[in-house]
Design a protein around this ligand. Structure first.
Ligand SMILES: *Cc1c(COP(=O)(O)O)cnc(C)c1O
Length: 363
């Protein structure tokens, strides 16, 4: 008899975050993990520092101050908000609460990798559904449902493609699911999406008993290091998550900083404006260099490189790294010809565009 993890666990490829360093470069420019370009609100930092005085006491376990701030801002019922140590924790807790061995879990071909990990960790079966031109295909998703489909994860918009589904398309996906299939709408980039046919999922979580929406403070709020996410759930789902969640899963500084960040509307507005301006600028500059870039609604863009020796994504990655510019290779997302670039501060954006121009122009 030997000690073995439950079925599925050893099929997991451990998640590797975006690189943060390059050997030989003192201060590299990190554009590999979609952190907000402007960083956190000064109000959030102040609250964080203030909370340092109280770290000897346990936080209030349900993250009430944060749930109430979220509920007030979005016009929600605080009792149905569940906070997590990043939205990753919530995406995982949903799988822990609802998946039985052998259940099928649907997500799209280039979806966020956490879905596969959470599925396999629960001995469930990941079902990866082909996308069409790096965009989720609702018909294909529906065609892959079976009586065993227990959960559907949809990152909307999706990372690393940067594409999104309209409100109507998400409704159509939901309409084709059985009532005992949970639709998880991961709206990590919702704040950046400036399209009027987009809806992050709040509407649906209010109307339907089998839809959950997750959100994060890691992107537009610039608090990735504090690990804060939240889910808006039907009441029975919130109840299930609250039973399995760690009793103090969101730290005191995280609760306080998150609540303060929500109050700084100006900072969020500036962050979104900065993103719109530089996402458009980068898209145009990189297309002008001769590379393909899909339209993105997020704070990153996906750059597609040619197959030609000398111009591949891998060679570009090396070229940029030597210049201290760290992007994200996405071969593990089924996109070996692409690099993902986070919209950064002005200076970083200009450096990357210039370096890519140089890379494409060299013989
Ligand atoms: C960044 C990201 C998250 C957020 O993860 P946190 O755990 O909240 O930092 C969730 N989903 C997607 C698709 C992401 O890209």
């Amino acid at each position: 008899m030997t000690l073995t993890p439950k079925p599925g666990v050893l099929e997991i490829e451990p998640y590797v975050g975006g690189r943060a360093s390059v050997s030989g470069v003192a201060a590299p420019v990190k554009l590999s993990s979609n952190e907000g370009a402007l960083g956190p609100s000064p109000k959030a930092l102040e609250a964080y520092e203030e909370a340092a005085r109280s770290v000897s006491i346990y936080p209030e376990g349900s993250a009430a101050i944060l749930r109430e701030a979220i509920a007030e801002m979005h016009g929600l019922d605080a009792a149905r908000v569940v906070c997590g140590n990043g939205s990753d924790e919530l995406l995982t807790m949903l799988a822990n609460a609802y998946l039985r061995p052998g259940d099928e879990v649907l997500f799209s071909e280039h979806a966020f990798l956490v879905y596969r990990i959470a599925t396999l960790a629960n001995s469930a079966v990941p079902v990866s559904v082909p996308e069409k031109n790096r965009r989720v295909d609702v018909d294909a998703m529906l065609a892959h449902t079976t009586p065993k489909t227990r959960m559907v994860y949809l990152a909307n918009p999706n990372n690393p493609t940067g594409t999104y589904l309209s409100r109507d398309e998400v409704m159509r996906l939901h309409a084709g699911l059985a009532p005992d299939t949970l639709l998880v709408l991961d709206a990590a980039y919702a704040e950046y999406v400036g399209r009027n046919d987009y809806e992050p999922g709040l509407e649906m979580t209010v109307r339907f008993a089998n839809v959950v929406m997750t959100r994060t403070f890691s992107k537009v709020y610039g608090l990735a290091g504090l690990r804060i996410g939240w889910a808006y759930c039907p009441a029975p789902v919130a109840d299930a998550l609250n039973r399995i969640r760690g009793p103090f899963n969101v730290s005191l500084p995280a609760q306080r900083a998150g609540a303060a960040a929500l109050g700084d509307h100006d900072h969020v507005r500036r962050s979104v404006e900065h993103n719109e301006r530089w996402r458009a600028w980068l898209t145009e500059a990189i297309r002008a260099a001769g590379l393909a870039v899909d339209d993105s609604v997020c704070n990153f863009i996906l750059i597609r490189f040619p197959h030609r020796t000398g111009k591949t994504a891998e060679e570009a990655d090396r070229f940029l790294c030597e210049r201290g510019l760290i992007l994200r290779g996405v071969a593990n997302y089924g996109l070996p010809d692409c690099l993902r670039l986070t919209v950064g501060p002005e200076d970083a954006n200009r450096k990357v565009a210039a370096a890519l121009g140089e890379f494409m122009a060299q013989k």
